[in-house]
Design a protein around this ligand. Sequence first.
Ligand SMILES: *Cc1c(COP(=O)(O)O)cnc(C)c1O
Length: 336
Amino acid sequence: MIIDLRSDTVTKPTAAMMQAILNAEVGDDVYKEDPTVNLLEQRIANMFGMETALYFPTGSMANQAAIKLHTQPGEQLICDKYAHVYNYEGGGVSFNSGVSSKLIDGDRGMITAQQVEENINPPDFYHSPLTTLVCLENTTNKGGGACYSLDTFKEIKSITDEHQLGLHLDGARLWNALVATGQNPKEYGEIFDTISVCLSKGLGAPMGTVLVGNNEIMKNAIRVRKVLGGGMRQVGFMAAAGLYALDHHFPLLHEDHKRAQELAVALSQMAIVTHVEPVETNIVIFNVSDVNSFIKYLNNHQIIYSDMGQGKLRLVTHYDYTAKMHEQMLAVLRKF
Ligand SMILES: *Cc1c(COP(=O)(O)O)cnc(C)c1O
C-alpha cells in the first residue's frame, strides 16, 4: 500500500464526486452562461458576505489576478518571506504585475500589524516603490498550516485602512483554518478586500479556486482572468466537483487535522526526530537528525513525503489518506 503524504493536492475524485461531475449542467462560462459555475461563485460570495466571485483554474492564477487588481507596475506589496505568492507562483508578482515584494520575517508565515506598518515605504518619498498592497496567507503553507487569529487580521486591517493599502488573503487553505478555529467566513469578508479559496487542496476537487471581493475591486477581474488565459468554457463540470466538495468534504476536514495531530505525537516520540513544529491543521513539518536513513526507511515502506531541505520533512493529511493508511503509518513510525 502506497501512502502518499506529499500534499493534499494528490486526492482523486470519489465515485460520488464523479457522479456530480457527470450530472452537471454546463454552458459557456466565458459568456457567463455556465449555470454550475455561476452557482458556485454565488455560493462562495454569499459565504463570505462579498458581492462577487470569479472561478479560476488555479490558486496561483487567482492570487496573481488579485495582485494585478490591487496594483500598478513599479509598486510594492508586503508579504511574509514564506508567502506562496512570492515563493511558489513562478515569480508571477513581477512577471504579471511588475510589482516587487517586501518580505517580512514573520512567525511560521504569519506577520503582525506592527511589522506591516514598519515596512510601508514613505509615500511622499519618490525614491522608494509605492507600497499599495498587503498579502496575507491563512493557513500558511510553508509555515506548517498555522492559523491567524481574527484579532491580528483586524489590527492589520486598521493599518492598511490608515495607509489606504489593499488587503488580499491567499486563502488556498482557508477551509482548514475555518474548521480548526471555528471562525465565521463572514468576518473574513468584512476584513479583506479580496480572498482566494481553493477547492482542490483539502476539499479534494480536481481543480478550481474562487476569488471573492466587492464589485468595485472585482470589476476588472474577468478581464484580468482572460489576459492570464483563464477564461474557460464548459467548466461547470469542475465547478460541480467544487460544490460537491463543499457539501461533503468540507465537514470532514477535522479528520485530517486529527490524523495530523496523531502523526505529530508519534513523530515527537522518535529519537531520530529532533523537532516537530506545532500542528494546527493538516500539515506536519519536522526535522530529523539522520535524514538519509529516515528517508530510506520511509521509501522502504512506500511512504511518500515532501523533502523541504536541510533535514526538514513535511507530511500532509488529506481525504485519500484513509483510516487504514493512518493505522499503518503510525505502526511504521512506532517500529522505526
Ligand atoms: C496551493 C496553494 C496555492 C495555489 O496553488 P495552485 O497549485 O496554483 O492551485 C496558493 N497559496 C497557497 C498557500 C497554497 O497552499
